[in-house]
Design a protein around this ligand. Structure first.
Ligand SMILES: [Zn+2]
Length: 353
């Protein structure tokens, strides 16, 4: 689960997502607290305009002044909330003289939001047309995920679209954190991002993938989709390297030079087993591809060395059992022809909005 505390239905108006609107002192009515809660009652500098009627209060007690009209037009949650009966306006007298220093009689309705000041400072510009405090593509995946879940909770498609574009533009998360990226894409029903992130997970050894999957705790079906792609690649690779046409000498068990000597099965079979173990563990196949260079790592595997050293024992022949160059090229072709698409053969329920 991405963050269960944030996945609150937008239908819940006054649950953990919001406290009921309250009439409280306006910005700067309270000086910073000497006890260290310096944010309490202080307006965020970018959201301090007196020409506003709402103040969102962060977890830290910081105020973010905005116009209710703006929130209503960009967020379905706020639109619904503001359509409900509001508490009656209060006057200065009703505040008990608490805001003697207030410069305006227009005291904003305060809405306590269970979100950090950092999150509010990032999402409100996306709702109000201001530039974000820092470019979205420079934020961490965790920060972007928090923002996306907040945007989802507020039912505000604009920021979701901006953040999605930023994620696609930076591209790095698909390689550096493919499991979280995959979980996020699945959660939001993003088809293309799901497929991209799924490819990124193929480079992870299965043990690492299982461990990381426990951390994200997404659904069983999402996990099965990932396993299905890995299995399809593994099974097809197995079929391809067993082909008698592709690997004539190895899979026909006869010396192709003299056509007489029956080959012992071990060198090629052992190499095939090693490659299959590797594909099962990391089905991206990048390790095999890198190794198919003539002087690559693959040529240094003990199984590979044994295989390509094997020679026909027939006195007049003595040829190499297996053509190293041709075999490596063929292995490369096998890896490159494996499927990439997680959606292949799947009923796609993605909304991809
Ligand atoms: Zn021979």
């Amino acid at each position: 689960m991405i963050n269960s505390s944030l996945l609150i239905s937008h239908k819940v108006l006054c649950g953990p997502a919001f406290n009921a609107p309250q009439k409280l002192p306006s910005c700067n009515d309270k000086p910073p607290s000497p006890t260290g809660h310096s944010a309490i009652g202080v307006c965020h500098p970018r959201f301090s305009s007196p020409d506003t009627d709402i103040a969102l209060v962060s977890l830290e007690g910081m105020l973010f002044r905005v116009r209710s009209q703006t929130l209503s037009t960009t967020s379905a949650l706020f639109k619904t909330m503001f359509s409900l009966p509001q508490p009656k306006s209060i006057t200065d007298e009703e505040t008990g003289g608490f805001d003697n220093d207030t410069q305006t009689n227009s005291i904003p309705t305060q809405i306590i939001i269970h979100e950090s000041s950092e999150n509010l400072a990032l999402i409100l510009p996306l709702l109000t047309g201001l530039p974000p405090p820092k470019p979205l593509h420079t934020l961490s995946l965790r920060s972007l995920t928090n923002l996306l879940l907040l945007a989802e909770k507020w039912d505000t498609p604009g920021p979701i679209s901006y953040i999605r574009n930023a994620i696609n533009g930076s591209a790095g998360f698909f390689n550096t954190d493919p499991v979280r990226m995959y979980a996020l894409a699945r959660h939001f029903g993003w088809k293309e991002e799901t497929a991209r992130a799924a490819v990124g997970t193929l480079s992870l050894p299965i043990e690492n993938l299982e461990k990381q999957w426990k951390d994200v705790q997404e659904g069983r079906k999402d996990w099965e989709l990932l396993l299905n792609l890995r299995n399809r690649r593994y099974e097809l690779f197995k079929v391809l390297i067993e082909s008698r046409d592709r690997f004539t000498a190895g899979n026909n068990y006869i010396c192709v030079q003299c056509g007489v000597t029956k080959l012992t099965t071990t060198p090629w079979d052992i190499l095939k087993s090693t490659m299959l173990r590797e594909m099962n563990n990391r089905p991206l196949g990048a390790t095999l591809l890198a190794c198919t260079q003539l002087d690559g790592e693959f040529a240094q595997w003990p199984e590979s060395e044994t295989c390509f050293r094997a020679r026909c024992p027939k006195k007049e022949c003595g040829a190499s059992y297996y053509d190293k160059s041709a075999t490596l090229k063929q292995i490369k072709r096998c890896v490159e022809s494996l499927p990439w698409d997680i959606w292949e053969g799947q009923e796609c329920e993605q909304t991809d909005n």
